[in-house]
Design a protein around this ligand. Structure first.
Ligand code: ZN
Ligand code: ZN
Length: 157
């Protein structure tokens, strides 16, 4: 039996991504990121990401990878986007092996995020969202954060 999945695709339709239905609505695994690099890479106010185990994600089509080495943290992120229409598809942080951040803007449904990162870079006129955990930059590596990462690795989300 295969678990039911939900799919999104880039603007031109060449690349599609499916994730487990169960993971899709996990508010605590959905984040907005207001950092400058996310903004520039999407031409938008914030990136909108679903964090989950890479093995649970199926990508069809061949995205182009941009190695983003000018990040605030110093880590080189792999940013995947459609080579034809430019839609951001996902990003991978090599510090967190086995995890992936899928860009939720390519899906029809838009589930609510549970966290916001790099709020220090958010413009003052953009208000915080009710019930969303705010972080000035990256979350600190607290016990809570480590447990959350472990749950993502285990796929017990
Ligand atoms: Zn495309
Ligand atoms: Zn970011």
């Amino acid at each position: 039996m295969t678990a039911s999945t939900i799919s999104g695709k880039c603007l031109c339709g060449q690349i599609s991504v499916s994730v487990p239905q169960a993971a899709f609505h996990k508010t605590e695994n959905i984040g907005l990121c207001y950092c400058k690099n996310c903004r520039q890479s999407g031409g938008c106010l914030a990136s909108y990401n679903l964090h989950l185990a890479e093995r649970d994600v199926k990508v069809q089509g061949q995205p182009k990878i941009y190695h983003d080495n000018n990040t605030d943290s110093g880590t080189t992120l792999e940013r995947a986007f459609c080579n034809d229409c430019g839609s951001p598809i996902y990003h991978i942080n090599p510090k967190f092996i086995g995890l992936i951040a899928v860009k939720l803007g390519i899906f029809d449904q838009l589930p609510k995020p549970g966290m916001a990162l790099y709020c220090k870079d958010r413009p003052h006129w953009n208000k915080a969202i009710d019930g969303v955990e705010e972080h000035e930059d990256m979350p600190k590596l607290t016990e809570h954060f480590k447990m959350w990462l472990q749950k993502l690795y285990d796929g017990s989300i």
